[in-house]
Design a protein around this ligand. Structure first.
Ligand code: NI
Length: 138
């Protein structure tokens, strides 16, 4: 009998960013993004939830080795983003506005590259305890 199970792994990172659209004027950026447009950046404590869905292996009883999932998250997200300035230090955001929507998309793509095709992947990113986004590739 097949069993589809969702496994979750959480992670945390701190990062600075500035939301700004280069094609807009300073006034437009300030009016639209408010404090998030602060020219000297500001920080967030990001919380990440990674959800992997798939069939449980009948022999091992595992869906995915969580130790391996942790390594993927550490290498792709924590080492790349933690204590970084997303705009200046992370190449993916050199021309992509580091909104939560775009950060979760970048994280999803990085983790998707590390996972076998048989898994479904969904990533949720909390920018604050009350503001969060989710992307599952669709
Ligand atoms: Ni912000």
């Amino acid at each position: 009998m097949s069993r589809k199970v969702s496994v979750y792994r959480t992670a945390h990172f701190n990062a600075a960013h500035r939301l700004n659209v280069p094609q807009w004027t300073d006034e437009q950026n300030k009016a639209f993004f408010g404090l998030c447009n602060n020219s000297n950046y500001h920080g967030h404590n990001y919380d990440l939830q990674v959800c992997v869905v798939g069939e449980v292996d009948e022999v091992s009883g595992y869906l995915i080795d969580m130790k391996q999932l942790k390594v993927y998250i550490d290498e792709e997200v924590i080492e790349a983003f933690d204590h970084k300035n997303l705009n200046l230090d992370v190449p993916e955001f050199s021309e992509l506005n580091p909104t939560a929507e775009n950060i979760v998309w970048v994280i999803w793509k990085k983790l998707r590259n590390r996972l076998e095709d048989r898994f479904e992947l969904s990533v949720r990113l909390y920018e604050t305890p009350r503001n969060f986004v989710e992307f599952n590739g669709k």
